[in-house]
Design a protein around this ligand. Structure first.
Ligand code: ZN
Length: 160
């Protein structure tokens, strides 16, 4: 297992559409394990493979709806259902220090495969639903900054 370098906005890799995973092999398992280590070390909520320079449809995220919170692996994920979207503050490990309001659902459901290729569905609320959408967009080469309604200065808000 290893910590991988997280690419930041301006890197071309973050603008590419990722290919579906077709081989559920050792190589995929190493990628998932590395991404989980990298996410834990970064302190973020979710990480998509293109953020570590791999153009495959792979995501890891922290499901804080569970007690204790659970690290979830999503291979070839697709958001299949969501409720009404509301402006929600968001950030991204690839866009350090920037936060802004983005329209996000407060509940969503994804369909994905696990590391062995088995399909499953998973629901998430709040930040988890937000993460399903944010990470899936990474796989299509999109960053949240394309959707920001208004930037916020978190440090400023905390000080007030
Ligand atoms: Zn991100």
């Amino acid at each position: 297992m290893a910590i991988r370098n997280i690419l930041t906005q301006g890197d071309e890799m973050l603008t590419k559409r990722c290919r579906p995973v077709t081989n559920f092999d050792e190589r995929l398992h190493i990628l998932l394990d590395d991404m989980k280590d990298t996410l834990v070390q970064s302190g973020g909520a979710g990480l998509a493979a293109p953020q570590v320079g791999v153009l495959r449809r792979v995501v890891v995220l922290l499901d804080i709806n569970q007690e204790p919170e659970e690290m979830v692996e999503l291979v070839n994920p697709e958001v299949i259902e969501m409720n009404e979207q509301v402006p929600t503050v968001e950030g991204c490990l690839s866009v350090p220090g920037k936060y802004g309001y983005v329209e996000r659902p407060t509940w969503a459901k994804v369909r994905a495969q696990d590391r062995f290729g088995n399909w499953f569905e998973r629901e998430g609320e709040g930040m988890v639903a937000q993460c399903f959408c944010h990470e899936t967009e990474h796989l299509d080469g999109h960053l949240f900054t394309e959707k920001v309604l208004e930037y916020v200065d978190l440090e400023q808000e905390n000080a007030e």
